[in-house]
Design a protein around this ligand. Structure first.
Ligand code: NAP
Length: 365
């Protein structure tokens, strides 16, 4: 599976100084297939060494939010502005910028080279798939349609919103085995999912739950149906089931918890759903890729799991953890369960690197 060093792909990271950009820096450290050829950020950081761009010049505070130190390879790299990045010099660009910036930056890069994006800017366009490696790999074929339609050498491949990721991953085995009619989900989302600029103020979230995250519910409702839709005749036919969400912010640092109710098309027992998830996990398409977790889905029998503090870092945050699978009592047939997904690992940069690995194997990079 490992590629030779002489076929290493050269990648650039745009937004490399931000929360998600830093995750990219860590996820690509000593990566066997990708080497970071450039890091870029706003004009504020351009021209500085990466380590200096992270440092607040008045206080000396290093704005590095990862648990591991800044990797050596990145420290001395000089941060570029986006205008200094010639996309033709790279095999792939990862972007981690806000949606308004992404809308301008990503198409210019995609004219020449593939772009994997963590932003929402292009997720809802008809020729753009929302990819979760292991769930809807076949939708990657839409990237060829996009290329042709837009006359680009590259493409834009966005990740889903980090709250959609765990939901879609757990719904997929249920959809395959029993069919889905309706999904009701309430999320308890970590503060890191709001980023740091402006993020969530400590004074607002301590001792509190915020029952509203702007635009989040609409995103998850649309994205889950697109991801679990069928790719046919050069387009995605969204899944027909209905999704209803309530998204809340809770005082947890990392890891989104979701309480999910699923009405299935065919009768199923909780044990059947557990077995379907475990079977899916052990046969998942991406299991041998460098960033793939050992277990794609983990199912707990202990009714006190999953818990963010205990479970989010399992397999470096790349597993989706499920527990409390039980029979639903409101729907005629169906189940309810709780899931946990790491919003900053599988839900963002490391998930994007896993996506790049999947696209590489499918010869789209
Ligand atoms: N936080 C999460 O858990 C999460 C999860 C999934 C997806 N996302 C998405 O990922 C994206 C990045 O989020 P984040 O939390 O990492 O944001 P962030 O911490 O605010 O970082 C933004 C990055 O973009 C750079 N930047 C700003 N304006 C730019 C411009 N005009 N040209 C080039 N670079 C520019 C910043 O550079 P400077 O440092 O120089 O200002 C910084 O590197 C967002 O679209 C977000 O929705 C976030």
């Amino acid at each position: 599976m490992l590629l030779q060093r002489d076929v290493m792909l050269r990648v650039a990271i745009i937004g490399a100084t931000g929360v998600v950009g830093q995750e990219f820096i860590v996820a690509l450290d000593k990566h066997p297939w990708f080497e970071v050829g450039a890091v870029a950020a706003s004009e504020r950081s351009a021209g500085k060494r990466y380590i200096d761009a992270l440092r607040d010049s008045s206080t000396g505070i290093l704005k590095w939010h990862q648990r591991t130190p800044v990797p050596d390879y990145a420290k001395e790299m000089v941060v570029k502005s986006v205008n200094e990045i010639d996309a033709k010099d790279y095999n792939l660009v990862f972007t981690a910028v806000e949606t308004d910036d992404a809308r301008v930056i990503e198409p210019k890069l995609a004219e020449h080279t593939p772009v994997i994006s963590t932003a929402a800017a292009f997720r809802y366009e008809q020729d753009v798939p929302i990819l979760i490696p292991g769930i809807n790999d076949d939708h990657a074929e839409l990237l060829e349609v996009q290329r042709e339609k837009r006359g680009w050498r590259g493409f834009i491949a966005p990740l889903p919103n980090c709250t959609t990721t765990g939901l879609a991953i757990t719904l997929k085995p249920i959809q395959d085995e029993f069919g889905i009619e309706r999904v009701i989900m309430t999320s308890l989302q970590a503060v890191s999912g709001a980023g740091r600029s402006p993020g969530v103020a400590a004074l607002d979230i301590f001792d509190n739950i915020i029952p509203f995250i702007p635009k989040e519910e609409e995103k998850v409702q649309v994205e889950a149906r697109k991801i679990l839709g069928r790719f046919m005749d050069g387009r995605i036919d969204d899944a027909r089931f209905r999704v209803s969400c309530t998204c809340t912010r809770v005082p947890v640092i990392d890891g989104h918890t979701e309480s999910v109710f699923v009405e299935t098309s065919r009768t199923c027992e909780p044990e059947d759903v557990k077995q379907a998830m475990l079977k899916y996990s052990s046969n998942v398409s991406i299991k041998n890729l460098p960033s793939a977790p050992e277990d794609y889905i983990i199912v707990h029998d202990d009714p006190s799991r999953p818990q963010p503090r205990l479970d989010r870092d399992v397999n470096d945050g790349m597993s989706t953890i499920v527990g409390r699978i039980r029979k639903d009592t409101a729907f005629e047939q169906g189940v309810k369960y709780v899931l946990l997904s790491h919003n900053e690992k599988m839900g963002s940069a490391k998930g994007a690197v896993l996506l790049a690995e999947m696209l590489k194997v499918r010869e789209l990079l």
